[in-house]
Write a protein that binds this ligand. Structure first.
Ligand code: HEC
Length: 138
């Protein structure tokens, strides 16, 4: 399996696991995605994604305005592109090294990690991606 396909499959399973009532966590996926986004991203990118989080003024690099991703890509929202920016596959200057705890801890699909951990990480990644998609302005 290619890396992208593997990642996509993991994310699908991970989301099912995270949203599964069988686990006693009957969370609505929008809510969960928003919670994760606020926790991991909004300090820099802002709650609405406009790039105006509380840390933005003290950063050397201005956080990207995440509401414009679709527009910038010519009206087509790219999940894979966003996923690569989050999971560290693509080097984003403002995100530090991919092995920085903030990313590595959760989002990297480390093939050696226990399967449950990989699925959870992948599910969170997907929920955040959906949430960022919902922030897009036309
Ligand atoms: C510590 C601050 C910080 C946090 C936390 C952070 N980012 Fe960023 N992010 C940045 C900065 C700064 C840039 C701009 C980098 C540049 O211009 O090269 C950026 C760029 C991006 C980009 C554009 C990437 C590209 O290739 O141009 C995306 C997408 C993104 N961030 C998504 C996220 C998401 C989703 C989260 C939460 C999981 C997140 N970021 C968390 C600081 C942060």
């Amino acid at each position: 399996m290619t890396t992208s396909l593997r990642l996509a499959a993991m994310m699908l399973l991970g989301t099912m696991l995270l949203c599964s009532p069988a686990l006693g966590e009957d969370i609505h996926s929008d809510e969960a995605g928003k919670m994760l986004y606020v926790h991991y991203c909004s300090s820099c990118h802002g709650e609405t994604g406009a790039g105006d989080g509380p840390l933005a003024p003290i950063l050397d690099l201005k956080p990207t305005n995440l509401t414009q991703l679709k527009k910038q890509a010519g009206g087509e929202f790219s999940y894979m592109s966003l996923l690569r920016s989050i999971d560290g596959t693509r080097n984003v200057r403002g995100h530090g090294k991919p092995d920085m705890p903030v990313w590595g801890e959760l989002f990297r699909s480390d093939e050696k990690a226990p399967m449950g951990e990989q699925l959870r990480g992948a599910g969170k990644l997907l929920l955040i991606t959906y949430h960022v998609e919902s922030l897009q302005e036309d």
